[in-house]
Structures are given as structure tokens and as C-alpha cells.
Design a protein around this ligand. Sequence first.
Ligand code: GTP
Ligand code: MG
Length: 195
Amino acid sequence: MTTVFNASFLTGARSAKQFPADSGLEVAFAGRSNSGKSSAINAITRRKALARTSKTPGRTREINFFTVAEDRRLVDLPGYGYAKVSAGMRDEWRELLEQYFRYRQSLRGLFVTVDIRRGIGDLDRVMLNWATDAGVPAAALLTKADKLSRGAGLKRRDEIANTAPEGVPLLLFSSPRRLGVDEARAQLRAWLELP
Ligand code: GTP
Ligand code: MG
């Protein structure tokens, strides 16, 4: 059975004060700028432009919350690793993310989007370790797999597995080709305890 997520934008937050009530369950998407977080949210919810995507990296500067079912949310986190961002912005980003990860009781799962051609970077590891420390299960979506042949994609996944923290599932993913989308939806349903 496929759950139809009835997704809608809830709110954008630039500080912890603006986070919606910490009740129910939510799953967050983290990843480098331009790695495909917002596109993944759109593919998974089957909405063309629910989360704003952009060719310009560093576009999503706030934490965007989307409701997908009663008291169930998806969270689009601001991307990291964008070189042109000032040191002040980077501190703001770190503070916002730390507040989110340290206190968010409703966080039940984390997807980290990783451009399959780049592989897992230092900040991806920080994210995955934050999740582990908080007892939150995490999985990596190896995005833009459509940029590689099937064989090259599988080979690349094995290479990335050697550098990934232990126990993190790696899913070949492509938003335009909808590769891995059903698997990601199944994971999401499990984390959000949806039928
Ligand atoms: P920030 O909000 O800046 O952190 O970026 P983001 O991680 O949300 O990335 P976004 O979804 O906006 O995608 C960035 C660019 O990559 C856009 O031009 C997307 O169309 C493209 N893109 C995202 N996912 C895929 C994918 O699976 N395959 C291909 N070919 N392009 C993708
Ligand atoms: Mg985005």
C-alpha cells in the first residue's frame, strides 16, 4: 500500500523560538548545499514545488517544516559547506542546527543527502554523528545517481560505504528518475510510524 502524504508547508524558522511545537514525530533532511535535500522532499511527497529548489547553492537558509500527516512533519534543514557563506552566517547555521539537534524530542529519523559523485564529507559525518549521539536513526540518500550509469552508481556506493560511519544505510537516489524514492518513502513511513 502506498501512503499518500498530504503534504503542506507549515513554517520556516530562523531561530529555535520559531520552531513549531515539539510534539508528534518528524524526519529531517540534512546535507551539503545543492546536494538535493529540497528535491528529495518534493520527490518523496510527489509534489513539484513543495520545498523550494535552486541551482544556486545555499538558498535554503532557514529550517522549513512541512506537515505530511497529523502531527507528522518533514524538516528541510539549511545546507552546509557552501564556500561563499560568511563566517557569521556559518556560526548562525551551526547555532540553529545545534539547537535543533540538541532539543528536538520529535526528531525520529535523519536523511543525509550526499551527491553520489562527491561522497561523504566532513560535515556529513558531523551530521551523522549528531544523529547517533542523539539516538536518532539515519540513512544517506546518494543523490543524482542519474548522473552515473547503473554500474558506476553501484560501484560508487561500495566506495562510499567504505568511508561512511558504520551502520548507515546508503540508498541510490535520483529525484528526476524517482530512483530510490519508494524505498525512502518506506523508511519515512517507518520512522514516522505511519501505516
Ligand atoms: P540548498 O537548499 O541550497 O541547501 O540545496 P538543496 O540540497 O535543497 O538542493 P536542491 O534540491 O535545491 O537541488 C540543487 C540542484 O540539484 C537543483 O538544480 C536540482 O534540480 C538538482 N538536483 C537535485 N536532485 C537531483 C537529482 O537526483 N538528479 C539531478 N540530475 N539533479 C538533481
Ligand atoms: Mg534546499
